[in-house]
Design a protein around this ligand. Sequence first.
Ligand code: AMP
Length: 630
Amino acid sequence: MNLKSFHRRSLDEREAFWAEQAALIDWHTPFERVLDDSRLPFTRWFVGGQTNLCHNAIDRHLATQADKPALIFVSSETGEERVFSFAELHREVQRMAAIMGSLGVGRGDRVLIYLPMIPEAVFAMYACARIGAIHSVVFGGFASHSLATRIDDAQPRLIVSADAGSRGGKVVPYKPLLDEALGLGSHQPAAVLMVDRGLAAFSRVAGRDLDYAEQRQRHFDAQVPVTWLESNEISYTLYTSGTTGKPKGVQRDVGGYAVALAASMKHIFCGRPGETYFSSSDIGWVVGHSYIVYGPLLAGMATILYEGTPLRPDPGILWELVARYQVSVMFSAPTAIRVLKKQDPAWLTRHDTRSLRALFLAGEPLDEPTARWIAEGLGRPIIDNYWQTETGWPILTVAHGIEPTPTRFGSPGMPMYGFDVRLLHEQTGEEVGNNEKGVVAIVPPLPPGCLQTVWRDDERFVKTYFSSIPGRQVYSTFDWGIRDDDGYYFILGRTDDVINVAGHRLGTREIEESLSSHAAVAECAVVGVADTLKGQVAMAFAVLKDPALVAQPADRLRLEGELMATVDRQLGAVARPSRVHFVTVLPKTRSGKVLRRSIQALCEGRDPGDLTTIEDPSALEQVRAAVSPA
Ligand code: AMP
């Protein structure tokens, strides 16, 4: 079968197609209906079927590969390296599940996980999946304010955290940020389970904070049966940034997600049982959920959980791991490759990477020079793939499990089965032709694995994703795209105010709100500016209540530092603007809308575009002056 007819069939014979894919996982009770699309854009997959993610990823493999590696933990930060077989992982997950049960966590309860890349994070996610609790993992790079917003929205009964992580050889304490977040927000969890790695001393709140090692000992021999869940129950929520200051809890189901991941492991990633998958992402992102934690194990593969950077102890570490564990499928981000590109290319060939069938890259645009450099240097196939937190698995890529398809530099490929992708005119909603720019949209029903809704906010789900294109109820990705005559798509950047810094998706609004919380700031604008290493960086323009505050260059530097520290403290260093420029007025339309695209154009040395609606043209001159080299 070729890719195009496979894709066609997935849309024309949707139910038959997905019923076949559903056979890739175990069902405790068969589903009654493949698809319920009677209430679009809400979609229910495999209605009435009972299954469990933990069973499918772990228990199911015990009969054939109990002693084979399941979770390979490597920390180049602490020097630890531990391999858990499927049987050992099964035991650890049950211990964690028993701890959760003893703390009153049950089906439908939320567990917020704020952990570095350590095995306990994987145990906790699977423990939730096992008992039907809903996990919400918060990226460890987020600080107290980001954490507080997520805690208040998720209202977890339990938070699992640790004393510290480590990055680039530096200990990064987690617990003080968690305590601060709990002080900032209104929701209080019943318990906080603390993994003490012995990296940083921390204070405990009596009656609330529990020690994981002690609890684990107490539940050492626990046997916790799988809770069978209806396919449409919630497996997890994962917060992602949008155009407002408040992140959205992307909510995912159980059965649809398991089927989508199992199908992608077969058709797209071509992973086989007994092999090893290595994704260098983080559990705090969707790639970590789908392709560190769940996908590889669903396919019976071992997964590598890597705490460390691509550069330490040396720039060959990623390939050293490929060689040591005979990795057959690898997943990383273009930024990681651009970081390596600054090093001696000899690092790419120092280790034997012949086990690698393909290196998948995603999360941000893969520029052609980077793609060429890694393809030539490594001598292995490079596969770009485009998707979002919302979709859970690739929308555009190639699927070598269906048909070997040549890739094109700069293109993530073609629509994947299940995704009815269209390029639409932003204003008219009409489909655009080949080689014309349009908004990348998906006609519902969205395939299995995609978000069910926004956590506790159906209205926001419909309004955000399905109402932005006039006259059509279609899902907007908020990305611009273009399709060539052979059906290859190219992604041209976001249509909204979301920026992508080193593969991390950030809302400019969140950064603006953080900067505005500083007493000196009257208003500000943040835009994403092209950067050769990180793809984009955040650039801020602030109007001060009292411009005299930055009369002297030294004052300007001090305040810029203070504002950056504010963002570090509230959101985390990932969101820190690369510069904060001071201006006395922001470029706005007469109706008061900040002209972000014009600011961005000036920062990138481009023409600021149509300025007929600008209120005060001198505002743009200030931006131009601020960003031009002195
Ligand atoms: P996230 O939800 O954090 O995974 O971010 C999703 C966004 O990252 C998409 O909407 C795109 O803007 C961008 N993105 C992800 N993968 C790619 C890719 N392969 N090429 C271009 N942009 C990408």
